[in-house]
Design a protein around this ligand. Structure first.
Ligand SMILES: [Zn+2]
Ligand SMILES: [Zn+2]
Length: 333
């Protein structure tokens, strides 16, 4: 992991119309994740506290002191989704605040698969990568890489499940919890129709195309789920969107439409690459290059598999077994 720039509270804490935005540092090229604080009558709601690192803990300690918010003033911690950059500090905050941590039921299932007893997803993911052509010499460091996330999401919080379609209080206002799967299973966007405001997590991001990963046994066609979720928010009236990364933005529906087009183009590119039979790993290297860090490779390969599965399900690509009897190949039909 690269060294992370320490964010000073002057740049990291920004008062916005509907919330205080806190840029929590990340040791990845994404650089920061946005947490949001919303003031309520009795206490503050904290959305997506960030990844647990020493730099993030230091920033929070300083930011809350400067804002005059005590640990016990935070009365709920709400998560858009379970990814470590959003969920990681939830348990750390729960220890200090005693506040409930709210997450979708599907999100909680993912947490158990990823970092619960025996971390079952790690073995499944490595097996998936092997079948899709990842060389053995990359599989061992990939396991280490997966394991390296455990301290970044520890301690694990006690989770209270947000029911489907539930209205949820954020600060002083009621929001609808809209389930938008694709980037993450069980991903929620919190939408307030009266003000046309959405806390959209990583469902729609400005400038960045949110990753769409195939994970074994979770969603058999995550790109189809993602495109449907994007389509369902294209015409949602939104005046201001508060995303998980980068800055708040207003062109929410347009950005959703752009992301749909982006995936349409990527599907065509990958289909062209599969003119001759190829593994997902080979398509991934061709599409994303061979200078990826392990972290980037993991997401690039999972994303490539998600696209090839979409093409297979659409009848545009065929899946076949390679000469070794184990490796999966894709070929344009
Ligand atoms: Zn995410
Ligand atoms: Zn994120």
């Amino acid at each position: 992991m690269e060294t992370q720039a320490v964010l000073h509270t002057k740049q990291a804490v920004i008062r916005r119309e509907h919330a205080i935005q806190v840029k929590v540092p990340l040791p990845f090229p994404l650089r920061w994740v946005n947490a949001y604080l919303l003031r309520g009558g009795d206490g503050w709601t904290l959305i997506d506290p960030g990844l647990r690192t020493a730099a993030a803990e230091a920033l929070w300690t300083q930011a809350l002191a400067e804002l005059g918010i005590g640990w016990r003033d935070i009365d709920r911690i709400v998560l858009t989704h379970h990814h470590p950059d959003h969920y990681g500090l939830a348990g750390w905050f729960q220890e200090r605040t005693g506040a409930p941590v709210l997450l979708s039921g599907t999100g909680l299932e993912q947490v158990k698969l990823l970092w619960g007893e025996g971390e079952p997803m790690t073995a499944r993911l490595l097996e998936l990568f092997r079948r899709h052509g990842m060389p053995e010499e990359q599989l061992a460091p990939m396991r280490e890489h997966m394991d390296s996330f455990v301290p970044l999401v520890s301690p694990q919080p006690e989770v209270t499940v947000i029911a489907r379609g539930e209205r949820i209080r954020l600060g002083a206002a009621e929001y609808e919890a809209l389930e938008m799967p694709g980037h993450a299973a069980g991903h929620l966007c919190f939408y307030r129709r009266e003000e046309e405001v959405v806390f959209c997590g990583d469902h729609v991001l400005p400038q960045i195309s949110p990753n769409v990963s195939y994970l074994p046994g979770v969603d058999e066609n995550p790109l189809a789920s993602y495109l449907a979720s994007l389509d369902s928010v294209r015409t949602l009236p939104v005046r201001m969107a508060y995303p998980g990364h980068r800055e708040p933005f207003s062109r929410f529906g347009e950005r959703a439409a752009e992301l749909i087009r982006h995936h349409g183009e990527r599907l065509e590119t990958m289909l062209a690459m599969a003119a001759s039979p190829k593994t997902a790993y080979d398509v991934c290297r061709e599409a994303f290059g061979d200078k990826l860090s392990l972290h980037q490779l993991r997401f690039a390969l999972s994303e490539t598999i998600a696209h090839l599965i979409w093409l297979r399900e659409a009848g545009r690509a065929a899946e076949e077994t390679g000469a070794d009897g184990a490796t999966v190949l894709y070929r344009r039909r």
